[in-house]
Design a protein around this ligand. Structure first.
Ligand SMILES: *Cc1c(COP(=O)(O)O)cnc(C)c1O
Length: 344
């Protein structure tokens, strides 16, 4: 890996971050707060902890990662945007990513005026480390990987992921939004050995909390401290921190839902493969699957008329005529199947 200073935007490396009232006294037990110009009355009247210490402690226990290696953000969206703002110079640097994958990596590249270099997956939706590395040049700062991948649903080959992490001189980001549905071992355990690795998780999928907007990044404490410098001071609000603590109390409830959803996914994938209008279902390691249909656009429009929304991916590379089906409750899934069986 190149030295972190070389990978960081010069203005960010030398940035003196905003120091909030709540940052400055830390370490002392205080009970009178006359430092932040808040109204002393009410229940949500105080600014939240800018570094979400209590929540990180809890996540640390569940994920088995030290709190100092955790960044929390306003959804993964924030953790996807921050690496651009920290590491890439607009108009100069570029990033490399697999294609197709999650759309936010490209949107954030465009917003930050950073060249985005997609490298097509093969017909099994796998990638070659050598091909990704060949797409890099001296201004490539980040490689984006997503495993299980969205919209394809499959785990990426972990040997190839390791090869990219070991051979790339810049930052490798592995987005594991769907890892709780997968049997693949999380790459978060590798951050201690890999100073150029960032692993993303979210509360939005298996943890059932898309509404609260909480995403996390696991990385070296050096990378985490750069993120902490650049983020908004109070990026994770108090309601989100409280609700996350509540949900994290009961990881077994999440496990149970995950098992149910995986069972339903297998049932749905099997049922889809029996539909005359379905030409094939791709193997999935997530809570959704990609199905190739005879005419995705027409079927999509028909389902909308029935009040059922799936994701039409037909215009995405390698996904011609594909619908992405999220696994819902048993009755929602059955409603979708019934509608498709009545499609003429
Ligand atoms: C859904 C999803 C996320 C989650 O984003 P949040 O902002 O945390 O809701 C992240 N990455 C991928 C690949 C996803 O599909």
């Amino acid at each position: 890996m190149k030295p972190l200073q070389e990978l960081t935007r010069p203005n960010i490396w030398s940035l003196a971050p905003y120091s909030s009232a709540r940052d400055e006294y830390s370490g002392h037990a205080a009970h009178v707060f006359l430092d932040a110009n808040e109204n002393p009355y009410g229940s949500l009247n105080r600014y939240p902890d800018p570094l979400q210490r209590e929540l990180k402690e809890q996540i640390s226990k569940i994920k088995g990662i030290p709190a100092e290696n955790i960044f929390l953000g306003n959804g993964s969206d924030e953790a996807i945007d921050l690496p651009y703002r920290c590491f890439t110079r607009p108009g100069i640097d570029n990033v490399v990513a697999i294609e197709p994958t999650y759309g936010m990596y490209k949107v954030c590249a465009d917003i930050n005026d950073v060249e985005y270099r997609p490298v097509l997956l093969n017909e099994k939706f796998q990638f070659s480390a050598d091909e990704l590395l060949a797409a890099c040049d001296e201004n490539t700062k980040i490689i984006w990987l997503c495993s299980p991948n969205n919209p394809t649903g499959n785990n990426l080959n972990s040997k190839e992921i390791i090869k990219v992490i070991q051979q790339f001189e810049g930052i490798v980001i592995v987005d594991e939004a769907y890892i709780d549905f997968s049997t693949q071992k999380s790459f978060r355990y590798a951050i201690a050995q890999c100073p150029n690795l960032i692993v993303l998780h979210t509360m939005s999928k298996a943890w059932g909390s898309a509404a609260i907007r909480l995403g996390m990044a696991f990385a070296s404490k050096e990378i985490i401290s750069i993120f902490n410098k650049v983020k908004y001071p109070y990026n994770v609000n108090e309601l989100t921190q409280r609700q996350a603590l509540e949900v994290l109390q009961d990881p077994f409830a999440v496990d149970k839902q995950v098992r149910m959803l995986l069972q339903e996914r297998n049932r749905m994938a099997e049922a889809f493969s029996q539909l005359p209008i379905c030409e094939g279902v791709y193997p999935s390691d997530a809570n959704f699957f990609l199905a190739r249909m005879c005419d995705a656009q027409k079927i999509y429009d028909y389902l909308v008329e029935q009040g059922i929304i799936v994701r039409n991916r037909t215009k995405i590379k390698l996904c011609h005529n594909c619908l992405r089906i999220t696994i819902g409750t048993k009755s929602e899934n059955n409603e979708l199947l019934a509608a498709l069986r009545n499609y003429r």
